[in-house]
Ligand binder design. Structure first.
Ligand SMILES: [Zn+2]
Length: 455
């Protein structure tokens, strides 16, 4: 039975979907004005893993991840580049899809764009005004009135007073309370604008998720996810909007993945310790990056460093070494196998991927001792996490640091070493191993013969 840690209640709860056999999940996606960074990679991979596990558990999953394509940063960047916001966002949506494909992230069922849902947002804002939960301000903006929603702060675990004192909230004369947030922004010259009952303008950020999730998943659905930084104010505001307008529970399970940290600081542009997915993929195979992300529990901080990536690469190599000669298979998985049961128990415990991966390493040990059934199960369980589906020899050779030897030369040296070993000339076989090692090529003697990888 799957248990999920619910940010709202702060405990692991048994997962019971609203409709038996079906899971409706919404995740806050990218604001598309630049290349995705490692923090985005984590959101993509974590909720891809969640979706894959729910599907492997037999659920039909309806997964929505939105695209924010109207926003201050987009407008500013487009103006700097002398292009339209639409051209800018189209470009970075394509770049994002390229990164996702590289990381083995399956496309969500729906990828709604904010600009296509302005009518639904206007409807929601109208409902909030009718209920006294929102007000048009003299400056032409429309604000949500947090004092009208007593549950405000429940997700963050803070009262309105604590939030006012603890968070950086801008003081703005047009707001009735400093925590009131904008639903509709009055048009400014040169900015994209839509007509509304409150004048020409554009939507605030928070309202898009309430409008798109209700339209695509309904007013009350199962799982809402996103990065930890979205808990406040974004998700707090989504709850206030959706529950305020619809008068029913919005979401049953709130899931948040932890930060990516670099040298124990949060990765951010302002700290200059910021890596795009593209930069990391120049140095590391995309599957290594996916494996690195899944090695940490999704709620823990993810510590990025070259040493950690190198370590992930070596660990993934070990799994591929055990897969030598075992082709990917579409055969169903035997969930009654004790290792599959341990894997399932780990995943059902709030998606505990580090423990699930530990099961894969045990299977690799058995596979290296000649247990072919273990190797096959390793392939299949890896596939559940979107890992270990490539040809082992190809993966191991793809380490991609030039060693000075061509593949044909390396194969010839391995063959020479094999003959030396048959002739019991261990000095010669050791010499060949050392020559290759000095050139960055590591030999692994497995049950099916010697295979090599670049160190
Ligand atoms: Zn959102």
């Amino acid at each position: 039975m799957l248990h999920i840690h619910n940010t709202l209640t702060r405990v692991k709860e048994e997962f019971v979907p609203l409709i038996p056999g079906k899971v409706r999940m919404y995740v806050c996606g990218m604001t598309v004005y630049d290349l995705c960074h490692l923090g985005h990679a984590r959101v993509f991979v974590v909720f891809d893993m969640v979706t894959r596990w729910l599907r492997a558990s037999g659920y039909v999953v309806e997964y929505v991840r939105n695209i924010t394509d109207v926003d201050d940063k987009i407008i500013k960047r487009a103006a700097e580049n002398n292009e339209t916001p639409a051209a800018l966002t189209e470009r970075f949506i394509n770049e994002m899809h390229q990164d996702e494909r590289a990381l083995g992230v399956l496309p969500p069922n729906h990828e709604p764009r904010a600009t296509a849902y302005v009518a639904q947002m206007l409807g929601l804002i109208g409902q909030l005004i009718d209920k006294g939960l929102a007000y048009p301000a003299p400056n032409g903006d429309v604000y949500y009135s947090v004092r009208g929603f007593p549950a405000y702060g429940r997700l963050s675990g803070k009262s309105l007073d604590e939030l006012r004192a603890g968070e950086r909230v801008e003081v703005d004369a047009s707001k009735r309370d400093p925590l009131d947030f904008v639903l509709w922004k009055a048009a400014k010259p040169g900015e994209p604008a839509w007509e509304s009952p409150w004048g020409s303008g554009r939507p605030g950020w928070h309202i898009e998720c309430s409008a798109m999730s209700a339209d695509l998943l309904g007013k009350h659905f199962d799982i809402h996810g996103g990065g930890q930084d979205l808990q406040f104010p974004h998700h707090e505001n989504e709850i206030a909007q959706s529950e305020g307008a619809h008068g029913c529970t919005f979401v049953n399970y709130w899931m948040h993945n932890g930060f990516v940290r670099v040298d124990n600081e949060k990765m951010s542009k302002s700290l200059g310790n910021f890596f795009t997915i593209r930069e990391v993929l120049q140095k590391y195979d995309a599957e290594v990056v996916r494996f690195f992300i899944l090695r940490a529990h999704y709620r823990s901080p993810l510590h990025y460093s070259d040493a950690h990536l190198d370590d992930a690469k070596n660990a993934l190599n070990r799994l591929y070494v055990a897969l030598k000669g075992v082709a990917p298979t579409a055969e169903p998985l035997d969930w009654m196998h004790p290792a599959a049961q341990s894997f399932k128990a780990a995943m059902d415990d709030d998606f505990n991927t580090p423990e699930a991966l530990a099961v894969l390493f045990e299977l690799a040990g058995s596979a290296n001792r000649g247990d072919n059934a273990a190797a096959l199960l390793l392939r299949k369980l890896g596939g559940v996490l979107g890992l270990l589906q490539r040809d082992a020899a190809d993966f191991l050779k793809s380490g991609a640091t030039a060693s000075g030897f061509s593949e044909a030369e390396i194969d010839a040296m391995i063959e020479a070493r094999r003959h030396a070993r048959i002739a019991k000339d261990f000095a010669e076989s050791d010499r060949i191993r050392q020559v290759l090692l000095a050139a960055g090529v590591v030999l692994e003697d497995a049950a099916g013969g010697t295979i090599w990888r670049r160190a």
